[in-house]
Design a protein around this ligand. Sequence first.
Ligand code: GUN
Length: 296
Amino acid sequence: MPPTRTPSSARSIETIVVDGLALAKSIRSELAEEIAKLTASGARPPCLAVVLVGDDPASRSYIKGKQRACGGIGMRSVEHLLPAETSQGEIIALIDRLNRDDSIDGILVQLPLPDGISAAAVARAVDPAKDADALHPNTSGQLLAGTADLISCTPLGIMAVLDHYGIPIEGADAVVIGRSNIVGKPVSLLLQQRHATVTMCHSRTRDLPGICRRADIVVAATGRARMVKADWIKPGAAVIDVGVSEVDGELIGDVDFEAVQGIAKLITPSRRGIGPMTITMLLRNTLHAYRARLGV
Ligand code: GUN
């Protein structure tokens, strides 16, 4: 697909704005073909179970998007909506049932969970063989060892974007801002496995702008709107913006998107950037788990 280029009269670099939706669609059509072949040969379609606790409107809309994406590639999905007052024991009991249900291949528990529920305990309850979200400690341990089959969805989506747009990773200086279990830590491992020199930054990092300025690849995953400024970015760097904050009804990334135009070589927008890739990698993981479980 042709990249969108943003012309800039005052600056020398034309910044590529990543079309995450187009890339996601092309990967999803490959996954759909795989599933069509499997079902044509008599296998049942893969199935993802999505669990939502509480009625956070953003989470509800995210899980709808995930289920729509399943349907779009011929994958089944089942939804379990639990009230916000559900106890941790009741959530884990549901996960146990899904673990034992042979018709379920992947399990995703949407985060954040209500106060008082341990996300770590819930992640541990998921059968590692069905860990489509790759949050079980066994799965993250395998990622650390470089032996994981199921890999966190957003980090996997980030790597696919870098590869699709031909960003060199080997030997690159990569700076990851944010050390979450879901993005910062796993993406730093994936970049390291591909021989980048990775610096992990966080809220206590001294001279964050100075460290960022050395980076060929910046991954911003803090959820702090427009915190990464244009003068933190080395000309020609690839900037992956994972953050999404709502400011006055508008979705804003961690990076000052407009200001880095003409400086960065590539940037992901807040809409149609990394989001569709995350969902696509959830589908990929579910299909992967299904194939491994069924031996097909
Ligand atoms: N909430 C926001 N992103 C994610 C994700 O990738 N997985 C889950 N389970 N919850 C999320």
